[in-house]
Design a protein around this ligand. Sequence first.
Ligand code: HEC
Length: 161
Amino acid sequence: MRHNVILVSAVAVASLAAIASFAQVQGGDVQAADVTFLGQPVTGEQIALGQNIYAQNCASCHGANLEGQPDWKRRLENGRMPAPPHDESGHTWHHSDQDLFAITKLGVGGVVPGYESDMLAFGEILSDEEIAAVLAFIKSTWPERQREVQARITAKEGDGT
Ligand code: HEC
């Protein structure tokens, strides 16, 4: 009997904690709480900015819902690859923050010399802060597992960009 009482109160405490963190989430920002970019915590404002930048600069190829181009694993007739999704079904989360930043700033061809790709180099279009914001937005949409795996990949590379 005693056990049950302890168990019940433990559950009560746990659910109170859950309610408390839920309340916090509503007041603050759910997604920002767990997202870092290049080791820096990301704010809700950065994510909102990133969402706008995504809609204006990335959605045309990577999809309004980050779903990528249809049949994105199949090479196009021109020999290039279609734009992959940025959600968990793609492989964006297999890259470290450092690599994502470099790919977005320099284009895939800028990172892999001689590689022909339709991915633009955004270095002339977006500032470094804007690139960080759009990648933070993309990261904020990932489920926990993808976020964790990607955080480990990023940590392994150290913080050199
Ligand atoms: C003109 C179309 C186009 C636009 C616009 C575009 N991309 Fe891409 N992107 C691509 C293509 C195509 C690839 C695949 C490159 C390849 O493998 O050749 C790609 C690949 C990527 C990758 C590597 C993904 C991976 O899993 O390897 C990242 C990161 C990326 N894009 C980010 C962005 C961001 C951020 C924006 C907006 C700021 C953006 N892209 C806008 C076409 C585009």
